[in-house]
Design a binder for this molecule. Structure first.
Ligand code: SAM
Ligand code: SF4
Length: 476
């Protein structure tokens, strides 16, 4: 697009802050104590594959009785099964550096935390980490950075290229996502040119007074700059973006409404919703100072995920190792589409001795699920979930993989399930123990048998054989 004063004007209009506290509070107020019928209608609308309005989302949030909550959970489970099936996409986070000039009171990396041991991985160390991740079978990474002048767009782009270039044995990284500070339009362009998948920026809390309370100094203090960050990404042509809120800073009801508002905003301005939504909960961090008033318990987290699943049925929902294995297992069945596996948050820990104790001073926060990728793959298979390392959409230019799954009839059967089968085949051949492989082959045979299209069945079986014979990176 050519830059002209006219275009700037349009951009300014789009990039206006869009969270209106009063509007959200009014919706929450006027939908208090919804009837069973109200809730049923909203769930039916979502099951019909429609994104919910703010008012409808508020109805689900205000459904407080055990019966209504159960209906919402059942609805979310049905939607997840109907639309996405049993695949779970696996990825790993890789922390590149924890230098940070911000002062987020909940984070172990914040500038005033004198106990934090600061480190930025050297190129050599990054390569070692990625080799270790590839040795485990990972194919999808999210690179994470503090906010610091040395983690500028050129540096981020450099680390992305580095990640794609590392090939160890049969391993390679096929999709690199980013979680880093907001950039300006030019910065987003630079990073996009390096070939990233999704750029994530979490607003942490959409409630501005609370935001000011938790962000004491540094660039992140500017609420509006962060709120409009992914609009700048869109302007830069980077339309694969991930939003999120850090649950526990303010009332979860307000944050869920705001995530839906953020989604509406993208749809209205760019005709494309966020690719993913994340909902980390506050975890213990070195020296963190968080008011306990709004901490979210397990039951509330389950409600949050079920409501988000119904409210924005077409996005990927990401759950991370911040949660215990038990919570993760529970929520996967009714909403989550991506989880991380074998996560280590300590800088340099993938390549280091696997038995080292967690060191909170080198981590951003403590993780609660320390299962290895192999254990997670095994458990998913045992529970009849199909682990997927698929990156086909991104590599074929089919942006918005979750949107495709949702909106294109038959897409999952034609592409996603076959590609999950093929990437799991690679994993079983290259990385799995005999025991896990045996369970995996049983699942793969079952999945192939369930494919309805005879020709596709044949094509998938052929590709599986080719992978067994040494070919790699086959997809539909
Ligand atoms: N520095 C960048 C930023 O703040 O956006 C990106 C990286 S930051 C390490 C990634 C995310 O970690 C933050 O957006 C925040 O939501 C989350 N986080 C920070 N402290 C946390 C804590 N104590 N528990 C759970 N999540 C936390
Ligand atoms: Fe820095 Fe991000 Fe941590 Fe804030 S959340 S202190 S910006 S690393």
């Amino acid at each position: 697009m050519k830059f002209s004063p006219e275009n700037y004007k349009i951009k300014d209009e789009r990039m206006k802050p869009f969270i209106d506290i009063e509007e959200i509070e009014n919706f929450l107020e006027e939908t208090k104590q919804p009837t069973a019928d109200d809730v049923k209608k909203v769930i039916a609308k979502s099951l019909d594959k429609n994104r919910l309005t703010l008012r409808e989302t508020a109805i689900l949030i205000n459904a407080n009785t055990p019966e209504l909550i159960q209906q919402i959970k059942d609805g979310a489970r049905e939607l997840k099964e109907k639309v996405y099936g049993n695949r779970i996409v696996l990825f790993a986070p890789l922390y590149i550096g924890n230098k940070c000039k911000n002062n987020c009171l909940y984070c172990g990396f914040r500038a005033t935390n004198k106990d934090a041991q600061r480190k930025t991985l050297s190129d050599k160390e990054i390569i070692k980490e990625i080799e270790a991740l590839e040795d485990n079978g990972q194919k999808r990474l999210i690179l994470v950075y503090g906010e610091h002048d040395s983690y500028n767009p050129d540096y981020i782009a450099h680390t992305v290229k580095l990640a794609y270039d590392v090939k160890k044995g049969r391993g390679e990284i096929r999709r690199v996502n980013i979680n880093a500070a907001p950039l300006d339009i030019e910065g987003f362009r630079t990073v996009q040119r390096s070939g990233i998948g999704t750029y994530q920026v979490f607003q942490e809390t959409y409630h501005e007074p609370t935001y000011q309370k938790y962000h004491l100094s540094g660039p992140k203090k500017d609420y509006n700059y962060r709120l409009t960050s992914l609009d700048r990404a869109q302007e830069a042509g980077l339309d694969d973006v991930g939003i999120g809120a850090l649950f526990g800073l303010y009332d979860w009801r307000f944050e869920v409404m705001s995530l839906v508002r953020h989604t509406n905003h993208f749809e209205a301005c760019y005709n494309v919703g966020p690719h993913t939504i994340s909902f980390p909960r506050i975890k213990d961090a070195s020296g963190s100072q968080v008011d306990e008033k709004y901490l979210v318990n397990d039951e509330e987290l389950v409600r949050i995920i079920a409501i988000l699943r119904l409210a924005v049925p077409y996005t990927g929902l990401i759950l991370t190792a911040r949660e215990t294995a038990q919570v993760r297992d529970e929520v996967i069945s009714f909403g989550v589409s991506q989880i991380d596996g074998g996560t280590k948050l300590e800088l340099g820990a993938y390549a280091a001795s696997l038995n080292e104790e967690q060191n909170l001073n080198k981590e951003q926060f403590a993780i609660n699920d320390d299962r290895s990728l192999a254990e997670i793959v095994e458990e998913l298979i045992e529970k009849n979930f199909l682990p997927s390392f698929c990156t086909a959409c991104y590599r074929l230019g089919r942006t918005g993989e979750h949107f495709m799954e949702f909106s294109v009839p038959g897409f999952i059967k034609r592409y996603c399930t076959p590609n999950a089968i093929l990437t799991l085949t690679e994993y079983l051949v290259d990385y799995a123990t005999e025991e896990v492989a045996a369970k995996g082959w049983a699942l793969i045979n079952k999945e192939i048998n369930q494919l309805e299209d005879a020709k596709l069945k044949e094509q998938v079986s052929e590709k599986v054989e080719k992978i067994k014979n040494g070919e790699r990176d086959l997809y539909f």
